[in-house]
Design a protein around this ligand. Sequence first.
Ligand code: SF4
Ligand code: SF4
Length: 209
Amino acid sequence: MRQRVLLFLKKVKAFIKAPNFACTQCGECCSRYMICVTHKDAYRVAKEYGLNPHDFLDCIIPEKSVEETYKGVPRFLGEDGKRWVLCFKTNNENSGCCFNNGGPCSIYPVRPLVCRAFPFLWRRLLHGHKFIFNSEALEFCKGLGAKENKFDFESVARDMIQSEKEDKEYAKLVDEWNKLVERKKIKSPSLDSFIDFFMKTLSEEENEL
Ligand code: SF4
Ligand code: SF4
């Protein structure tokens, strides 16, 4: 009971002022969450590490119990008529991200933009954007309570602005794909054909530059 009260007090305090944070790269956060990605997140990983995106991408239909978490995340149409969320595959233990091996992220330099703010959340508030501490992290993040704060708010804010831009681009691309599927212009809509569609679009865009 005392433990729960302490945790509650800690959480309340955290809402007022987040504790110091310095990531230890323990990988705990990466073993807990399903990582939704955009076309550009996937493209960067594929390019930087010479990986085939079909090998590390997956798609899900979020369960009703977590539906709220996926609010606003674009969903692409599959041949079953269902709408899917693009994400990274899970690791071998079937929990968390496939790039997590119980330690530092294996694609750290090009990790998805969504991974970069943790244990904070970048939220649009009344007067612009703000980092809000994700109090769930108190239960497992070893980097919290560090002597010195090493979270670089400025640099992560830049990543978050980039993330907003790419989220919009991704939403547009998914919309385009869904219209093509609805008009039956795509013969076999699937995760694989969706990946091919956006990889082709992005590599054409890159060639034009
Ligand atoms: S991509 Fe890297 S940082 Fe993001 S969840 Fe996976 S292992 Fe963690
Ligand atoms: S749980 Fe905390 S310390 Fe560990 S990798 Fe994630 S952010 Fe860093």
